[in-house]
Unconditional design. Sequence first.
Length: 336
Amino acid sequence: MKAAVVTSFTAPLEIQERAVPQPGAGQVLIRLETCGLCHTDIHAAHGDWPVKPQPPFVPGHEGIGIVEELGSGVTERTVGERVAIPWLGSACGECRFCIDGRETLCERQQNSGYSIDGAFAEYAVASARFVVPVPDGLSSLDAAPLSCAGVTTYKAIKVAHVQPTERVAVFGVGGLGHLAVQYARIVGGSVIAVDIEDEKLDLATELGAEHVVNAAKVDPVAAIQALGGADVAVVLAASPRVFEQAFSSLNRGGRLICVALPADQEMSVSIFETVLKGISIIGSIVGTRQDLAEVFALHAAGHTRIIAETRRLEQVNEAIAEVLSGKVLARLVFEY
């Protein structure tokens, strides 16, 4: 099979021919149809974060494909079923986080395309319990970005507890941001979209944002405060400066939802303002299997749109350069 492999944090990915993996106990073999390119895949390939994956490895955690073989003991899935391989590759199922519905906080979790090989390949093995069925009527092209960009922003809006008519500022309109705009609208939020590309801001308006702010042309804090301030700020741009701007844009009682993971990990906020204004700073990490099932159901019901362009796996390094340029409108998806 063909796979895109990280051999070094300082080298481009290599397209290699590998043997088709065999499913072990509790696993399924999946023939991939699509896989989205997430910024996390780029961080993984470059070794940007403190806990680093171990090369060689195959990135990819927005994989959609068909179950072709069942490992021993598998009863949850069937051959021919279409499933998603999300970021949460597995969790222990026994710790207090798994038991109370916060499986993405499990300390023994495995992550697709990071600690275990992912979906930048024609075939992959995955835990039968942690792949998520894809509903009929939902294309594999759309399902791929929903498996991370969708479930991540859906969960961010969930933990923000957005109330109808509250102003929600979405910092970074792209693969994640174009979905965050839609989820905030679904729960009744009034969306302010912030980016530095007019084309992305035009897309945000098309998807329901009531206001847009080009942070390359105006001070986003002043612009948002002129609109009445934000009750919720969701940060999807990988820059500490953007986190600080988002914090400063908040009203009293506001919630800063931290989603993006910059390589430079420190931001500066005022303790005085945090306390006196009653601001909450909340970290939100992807979503559970149930969250992803809900994301798929919303899309199948026609409540969201995916903006994506396709690429071939052989174009992986060019695709990464496109994403890093900031010019990609929303999501790039590899089709096999």
